[in-house]
Each structure stands twice: as C-alpha cells, then as structure tokens.
Design a protein around this ligand. Structure first.
Ligand SMILES: *[C@@H]1O[C@H](CO)[C@@H](O)[C@H](O)[C@H]1NC(C)=O
Ligand SMILES: *[C@@H]1O[C@H](CO)[C@@H](O)[C@H](O)[C@H]1NC(C)=O
Length: 157
C-alpha cells in the first residue's frame, strides 16, 4: 500500500506541474462551450490497448481495439474496454487526495510489493507516461496504450 501511494505521489506531482504549465499556456483559448450540438459531433477514436508481461513470456499478452470519444482518459478507456470485452478486466484504487487511480491488476494479474512488481504504463515506444491514467487522454486512431507487468526493483527488466 505504501509503495502504491509513493508511485502515485510521484506521478501526480509531475501531473500537477504539467497541468499547471498547460493551463497557463492555454489560458484564453481553452475549449469553448459555444460549439452546440457537441453530442452529435462526438468524434470517436479507436485506440489500441496492449497488455503484456515482461517478467513471464508465457503469460498471454492481449490487445484490444477500444472505441472511445476523442479525449477520453486512459482510465475511462479501460472502463470502456472492461464493458466491451469479456476478456479484459482490471482493478484500480482511487486516491481521493490526488483525484487519481492506481492500477492494481489487469486480467487477473496484480502488482505486489513483496515481489516488487507493478503495471507499468507507457506509449507504443515503451516510454513511460509522466502522469497517471486519469490525466493521459487518448486522441487518435493510432494511439497505443501499453501496460507492461514489470519489476520496479531492477527498473529495466
Ligand atoms: C478477447 O475477446 C475478443 C472477442 O470479444 C476476441 O476477438 C479476442 O481475440 C480476445 N482476446 C484475447 C486476448 O483473448
Ligand atoms: C487493432 O487495430 C489494428 C489497426 O487497425 C490492427 O492492426 C490490429 O490487428 C487490431 N487488433 C485487434 C486485437 O483487433
């Protein structure tokens, strides 16, 4: 529990910083609510959610193409995938003090502080996101979100 909390703190401190910079620079040009019939104009993106295990090559990796409105958070995309696919499941813990979720398990496999394992969250190039699943938004059909079961002890399994 402490570990999760710690990882989340680091992610969310970075997130807060990014958000602040973003909102400072976007001031004045933020999404206007003028565009009416936005419900009819909701643009969908088909985003690929890839699940893999860097510690056990025999663990079945999986890929899901999830259709969600543009600018859906990764967390909401996972909720959508959970509803759409019988063979995708996940558990998350919500930390109200950071308004963010920590991913506990995916497809029945949970990170564990005794084993020093967790679900790493990264883009298709293997670059870890600097923010939590609630703050990364998916935008385009070729977006790929990768969750890799990994060890935080070695850093680079
Ligand atoms: C998950 O289920 C879908 C059908 O709903 C199937 O097309 C897909 O191959 C399955 N994926 C895995 C990894 O089992
Ligand atoms: C998801 O979409 C990509 C791009 O269209 C395709 O290459 C891939 O096979 C699809 N994967 C699944 C599991 O449907």
């Amino acid at each position: 529990m402490m570990l999760k909390f710690w990882i989340l703190v680091v992610c969310l401190l970075a997130a807060n910083f990014c958000r602040k910079v973003q909102s400072d620079s976007q001031h004045g040009s933020s999404e206007s609510s003028d565009s009416s019939d936005s419900s009819e104009e909701t643009i969908q993106a088909i985003v690929t959610l890839r699940i893999q295990n860097s510690l056990d090559p025999d663990w079945p990796s999986a890929e899901y193409n999830v259709s969600v409105p543009v600018a859906t958070s990764v967390f909401d995309m996972m909720v959508a995938a959970d509803e759409e696919f019988d063979n995708f499941t996940f558990d998350a813990t919500y930390f109200p003090q950071f308004a963010g979720h920590f991913i506990d398990s995916i497809n029945g496999l949970a990170g564990n502080s005794d084993d020093q394992t967790f679900w790493r969250f990264e883009n298709k190039y293997g670059v870890a996101f600097d923010r939590g699943v609630d703050l990364i938004l998916v935008h385009a059909n070729d977006d790929v979100i990768v969750f890799t079961f990994a060890s935080w002890a070695t850093g680079h399994p």
